[in-house]
Design a protein around this ligand. Structure first.
Ligand code: NAD
Length: 495
């Protein structure tokens, strides 16, 4: 069977050791074995990055950016192959995989802007003959640990910006769908990246723990579920590292009685079921304000869901594909079961969709009405094609519900009322807000992150916050006294 190795010091290596099967979730068959890096393999990658750092740090930012320009071209030229690899291991349909890749490429485009982003600040004559400036220096060797659901985009949130800022990078992708991530990293080497600047180690907890505790790792970016994000943040911080750890979500969309209901239904259908709901920005809760709006919304959603097309990644006419693993399929089906047991009303049951391969990990679009806080399907992140509907009487009640939830990643308000929209975006305790925009994923020149237990750390991912995260400020104050001028010792504080 095909083996998926690690990319260390510019070459793919396949050392002996533990392995894990990688599945095609559309058929349920294992097609490859991914190697799980040992502590020693991760240490080898870190040593390679450390050795590459001095020369890379001193390479002009414009030359580092030139590698990114070439990388962007290679990503575009290989887009279909990347989308195929994503589909094969994740199950995403090609139109969705292409969208993910495009958003990743936009992060590469932002990284091409490095000379401008890194030029710092200068003040002349801050004192007699004294100039002062601040510069953004790279940190050294930094690490990224990424989830299964965006195997191309989320790594591209991290390493292009880190690398172009002068750092060397160790990436630990998800062991569930590693092939597209590894393929993309090889393209960056084809673009001219020196060996050792980017290393990819496949693996699990052993690899992650090595990165979190190794003295040569300066910073860690993590994206994944909240329990692991919290663990990563605490462990990395306890070992003196800068850390940003993005976690899970439960994104609510409020539907006001004045909303354009047909538009809201289309937007919710795409945002709830696209990518089988395996997106941290997926809408998983619709909060309907008023009984009439709720009844109309549920009926229109039910009708719209009859034409959802679920199936294998290879058929681009499908709307969405399977879930990532059999275990995850069972977990999502368990949430649907628990909703009926806890008194909610199952309007559309997506279990056992008929048109799919019975060995694939499929769950169809599911709609659950009359859901309340306290029910598992409301409190917990399901991460599947399941939309729950909560009925409330006012917008304030809807906002209180959102604010009380442990997650605060994304949210959206459907309305025609500008005053309500302004109040909502100003006051809601959520990091990314949409007004009639169901997936308000920030563009590459803004930054991405949630509030509450959706993000541990201070800085968001990519964009301006990404530059801050991957650099350390240094402020230099410099004086060149005119020859012959002598000053005596000054005992008062310089002013
Ligand atoms: P996950 O937390 O299971 O895995 C993420 C990474 O952590 C993987 O690389 C994995 O190998 C590693 N990992 C898993 N268990 C570990 C452990 N015990 N110790 C150390 N490392 C461990 O997440 P996932 O299932 O791959 O991805 C889905 C989750 O990611 C969802 O909760 C989703 O909301 C979240 N997510 C969040 C964002 C965001 O930006 N906030 C984006 C994408 C996904």
């Amino acid at each position: 069977m095909n083996q998926i190795g690690h990319l260390i010091n510019g070459v793919v290596v396949t050392p002996e050791g533990r392995q894990q099967a990688v599945y095609n979730p559309s058929t349920g068959e294992a097609h490859s074995q991914v190697l799980l890096a040992s502590k020693a393999t991760v240490e080898e990658a870190i040593a390679s990055a450390k050795a590459a750092f001095p020369a890379w740090r001193n390479t002009p930012a414009s030359k580092r950016a030139r590698v990114m320009f070439k990388f962007k071209e290679l990503l575009e030229a290989n887009a279909e192959e990347i989308a195929r690899l994503i589909g094969l291991e994740h199950g995403k349909i090609s139109h969705d995989a292409m969208g993910e890749l495009q958003r990743g490429i936009e992060n590469v485009e932002y990284a091409c802007y490095a000379p401008e982003l890194l030029k710092g600040e200068h003040s002349k004559n801050v004192g007699p003959g004294i100039d002062s400036w601040s510069e953004m220096q790279p940190l050294g060797v930094v690490a990224g640990i990424t989830p299964f659901n965006f195997p191309a985009m989320v790594p591209l949130w991290m390493y292009p910006l880190a690398i172009v800022s002068g750092n060397c990078f160790i990436l630990k992708p998800s062991e569930r769908d590693p092939s597209s991530t590894l393929f993309i990293a090889e393209l960056l080497h084809q673009a001219g990246l020196p060996a050792g600047v980017l290393n990819v180690v496949n693996g699990d907890k052993e690899a992650v723990d090595t990165l979190l505790t190794h003295p040569d790792i300066e910073a860690v970016s993590f994206v994944g579920s909240t329990p692991i994000a919290e663990y990563v943040y605490q462990t990395a911080s306890a070992h003196g590292k800068r850390c940003q750890a993005l976690g899970g979500a439960k994104n609510h969309a409020i539907v006001m009685p004045d909303a354009d209901m047909d538009n809201a239904v289309e937007a919710l259908t795409g945002a709830a079921f696209g990518s089988s709901g395996e997106r941290c920005m997926a809408i998983s809760v619709a909060v309907a304000v008023g009984e009439e709006a709720a009844n109309t919304l549920v009926e229109k959603l039910r009708k719209r869901m009859q034409s959802l097309k679920v199936g294998a990644y290879s058929d681009s006419s499908n709307d969405f594909g399977p879930l990532i693993t059999a275990a995850h399929q069972a977990k999502v089906e368990g949430y649907i079961q628990s909703a009926t047991e806890e008194g909610a009303v199952l309007v559309v049951d997506g279990r056992n969709p008929s048109e799919t391969d019975k060995h694939g990990f499929f769950v169809g679009g599911t709609l659950i009405d009359h859901v309340k806080p306290g029910m598992r399907c409301y409190d917990e992140e399901i991460f599947g094609p399941v939309l729950v509907v909560v009925r409330v009487d006012s917008m304030q009640q809807a906002m209180d519900l959102i604010d009380a939830h442990e997650y605060g990643n994304g949210t959206c308000l459907f309305t025609r009322d500008g005053e309500a929209a302004r109040y909502f975006s100003d006051n809601i305790k959520v990091g990314m807000v949409g007004i009639n925009v169901p997936l308000p994923v920030p563009v590459s020149y803004h930054s991405f992150g949630g509030w509450k237990r959706s993000l541990f750390g201070d800085l968001f991912a990519y964009g301006p916050d990404g530059v801050r995260f991957y650099t350390r400020r240094k402020t230099i104050t410099q004086r060149w006294p005119s020859s012959g001028v002598r000053e005596g010792a000054q005992f008062s504080f310089p002013s």
